[in-house]
Write a protein that binds this ligand. Sequence first.
Ligand SMILES: Cc1cc2nc3c(=O)[nH]c(=O)nc-3n(C[C@H](O)[C@H](O)[C@H](O)COP(=O)(O)O)c2cc1C
Length: 273
Amino acid sequence: MTTAPDTPWQHRYRTPSDTARAANPVIDALLDHRSVRRYLTTPLPENTLATLVAAAQSASSSSNLQAWSVLAVQDPPRKARLSAIASDQEHIRQAPLFLVWLADFSRAQRIADTRAIELQAPAYLDSLLLGSIDAALAAQNAVVAAESLGLGTVYIGALRNNVQAVIDELQLPPLVFPVFGLCVGYPDPQAPAAIKPRLGQDVVLHHETYQVDDAEPQRIAAYEQVAADFSREQGQVSGKWGEQVVQRLRDKGSLHGREILAEVLRKQGLGLY
Ligand SMILES: Cc1cc2nc3c(=O)[nH]c(=O)nc-3n(C[C@H](O)[C@H](O)[C@H](O)COP(=O)(O)O)c2cc1C
């Protein structure tokens, strides 16, 4: 007989054992993460935004360039327009706060302008990565902070389905790229989100060099079983996880407009070389 998962670790891996980890409230909070897609209309306390931004700004930043910004959207009509851009995701309209995380070299250029210098490095692919990594690390800190305050979040990569429309809506200057959005709000207790299981550590963790052994397919099949059980518990019908991976990546159709991202980025002066 299998016992129902109890601790966040057991939910995350669907394994009866959770003895392999150090335990403390921070680790428990991290393991307890789940994306939230149903929100109450309850407004956020006044100091929430400043708290989330302080957590975000406390993340590491490459060369301390702080090559990111965040744009807070609370105006319902603007949230509705952004939702329309992002495959009409209802939770963008519902959440009281929608944060758009930006890779941002425009501030650095404004600083350089005062010295009459044209920055050359932002146009290179590495800078786009740098700004996007900075923005992602900052956003994830904000997510952890939000969850610690009893708030829920969900990232919105679908903003990149039409980056030009996002740039126009938010009046983003050159050298700025919207990496993703983030809904923030109080989770609706009528639609509780669950901890979604992940691949076993023996699939994602390599030691010293990248090694794939013959047991990888069985390990992935074991995860597919766990993922199927999870979907069933959530009342969802979904194909095998491996099939979803292949379908999501097999051709550019699944990019839903993101296949022209390089073109839009070039117009922003990013990712040119
Ligand atoms: C960069 C990024 C973009 C995402 N975009 C979306 C999105 O547009 N819509 C959505 O509902 N979830 C989105 N997600 C949430 C993922 O679907 C979710 O994190 C994943 O299914 C794992 O579930 P969990 O976060 O509950 O553990 C995104 C996640 C990330 C990291």
